[in-house]
Design a binder for this molecule. Structure first.
Ligand code: URA
Length: 256
């Protein structure tokens, strides 16, 4: 492959070494851990900065932390996170292959009677939190971003994103070479029967497409062929149910 064959790369790979990326990410996380930029700071227990592999070409961006994430400081550790893990496993992936974070790093809540419930982040909260997300993406320089749900797609892809029409398609994004939106696992969990199976299959398929694109774009970046053994087979979504998924086996998916 010659340089002329490479796709146009709007987000060049970082010049930093992996050790430098790790170190800088930890420094940004430390700074974010005391963030006062919006009122979510007043009610949060922990800032949920992000987790996973900061050297991956594939970043997932969710909406915002829920109760379990707020308690632990880790993203996607509740029921939605467990479903996401199943969708990753159906694609021979685990959290080791991705970096995952949210549009806002603190839990948005609403008090209803005696109950504290999750709510979507407001535009102002997302704006206040954007500098943290941008620093994360700037350090990782992902090839592909998967936006989980509309709020992330509105931030990363374009405002007014329509999940029904635009989900599963690749879009230009200033933050990665390409980005697509997939159903948020929490949305899938609210469905039942066939609707649930169909939405889960879409999530699996969209992750498969993102993974394949990340392999392709990373290979183009490095100008070195990825060994065939590193290319995980594409999941056939019709064969996948949340109950019948494989354990991750391709830990070298994105390695050279
Ligand atoms: N939902 C999200 O969007 N993010 C999390 O971290 C957990 C649930």
């Amino acid at each position: 492959m010659s340089a002329d064959d490479l796709p146009e790369t709007r987000v060049p790979p970082t010049d930093l070494t992996e050790a430098e990326v790790t170190e800088r990410m930890a420094a940004v996380a430390l700074e974010a851990s005391t963030c006062p930029r919006c009122d979510l700071a007043l009610t949060r227990n922990k800032v949920v900065f992000g987790a996973g592999n900061p050297h991956t070409p594939l970043v997932f961006v969710g909406e915002g932390p829920g109760e379990n994430e707020d308690a632990t400081g880790e993203p996607f550790v509740g029921r939605a996170g467990k479903l996401l893990d199943k969708a990753l496993a159906a694609n021979q992936m685990s959290r080791k292959h991705i970096y995952i974070c949210n549009t806002v790093k603190c839990r948005p809540t609403i008090v209803e009677g005696s109950r504290v419930r999750n709510r979507p982040p407001s535009a102002g909260e997302m704006d206040a939190c954007r500098p943290w997300l941008l620093q994360q993406l700037d350090l990782i320089r992902p090839c592909v971003i998967v936006c989980l749900g509309a709020p992330a797609a509105n931030t990363i892809i374009h405002k007014g994103f329509k999940m029904t029409q635009e989900r599963g398609k690749f879009f230009e994004s200033p933050y990665a070479e390409t980005a697509l939106a997939a159903f948020h696992p929490a949305y899938v969990l609210r469905l039942h029967g066939d609707a649930y199976e169909t939405a889960f299959a879409s999530l699996v398929n969209d992750i498969a497409a993102a993974r394949d694109k990340a392999i392709e774009l990373k290979r183009a970046r490095s100008e070195r062929p990825v060994p065939a053994s590193d290319l995980a087979p594409t999941a056939n979504a019709s064969d996948v149910t949340p109950e019948a998924v494989a354990e991750p086996t391709q830990l070298s998916l994105f390695e050279e």
